[in-house]
Design a protein around this ligand. Structure first.
Ligand code: NAD
Length: 206
């Protein structure tokens, strides 16, 4: 199997890819920080059968919306001019507007509603929006099948509670003054995206 060259584990590349996906997944979903007074983890590791990390303490917090907020801060002049990134983190986000109710927008709206945020989902027509909400409902029902397999009533309550957090609108301008965070998931066209944000920027609170 190894006629020439260095012997390598055939799983090495796969393991590296898995490691990359695992770490980036964690970094996207969680915020990490050191507990007060604890040192940073050692980068030396411990040799044994494998090279293992030395024990270390770390705090983490699920911050889906915080990550989005920081990303938005990077991409929108308004936020990045007005706040430092640490100040952005401390902004309380209650009302979220998601523009575009397609695959991405519906998914974002679902996660935001599931985490207790009041979501206004915006698209071009009521019909599209009804389809989006149906899609969110279907997706939540799939979660219920796994999470509440033996408690169907609790499952229904779970779905309804989340759906109550989602309202729909075809007019982003009406919802923007009361929104703490605006996310777009519309058509992949920079000009259309820029036009949308320049219109909303005039209506958004300072
Ligand atoms: N689908 C993916 O896996 C994926 C991954 C990363 C990024 N994206 C990006 O996310 C964005 C949305 O992707 P998607 O897959 O959800 O697209 P999609 O086509 O499923 O949905 C886009 C939605 O935006 C609506 N829309 C278009 N222009 C609008 C406007 N001016 N105002 C309000 N609504 C408008 C459309 O009616 C449609 O419902 C795109 O920019 C895409 O490149 C998508």
């Amino acid at each position: 199997m190894f006629p020439s060259g260095r012997r390598v584990c055939m799983g090495e590349q796969l393991a590296k890819m898995e490691l990359f996906l695992t770490v980036t997944g964690l970094l996207q979903a969680l915020r990490f920080w050191l507990p007060d007074g604890k040192p940073a983890p050692s980068l030396q590791g411990r040799f044994g059968l494998t090279l293992a990390p030395c024990p270390f303490a770390v705090c983490m917090n699920p911050v889906f919306l915080e990550v989005i907020c920081s990303t938005m801060a990077f991409f929108t002049h308004r936020i990045s001019r007005s706040f430092s990134s640490s100040a952005v983190r401390s902004v309380v986000i209650k009302n979220v507007m998601v523009i575009g109710g397609g695959q991405m927008g519906a998914g974002i709206a679902q996660v935001a509603a599931s985490t207790g945020h009041s979501v206004t989902l915006v698209d071009m027509s009521e019909d599209i929006l009804k389809k989006s909400v149906k899609g969110i409902e279907g997706s939540l029902k799939r979660v219920v099948k796994k999470k509440f397999a033996d408690k169907p009533e609790a499952g229904e309550e779970f779905v309804q509670k989340i759906l109550q957090n989602v309202s729909i609108s075809t007019d982003p301008a009406a919802a923007v003054p009361s929104s703490d965070l605006v996310l777009e998931a519309i058509v992949e066209n920079l000009k259309v995206k820029q036009d949308l944000f320049s219109r909303l920027d005039k209506l958004a609170p300072a």
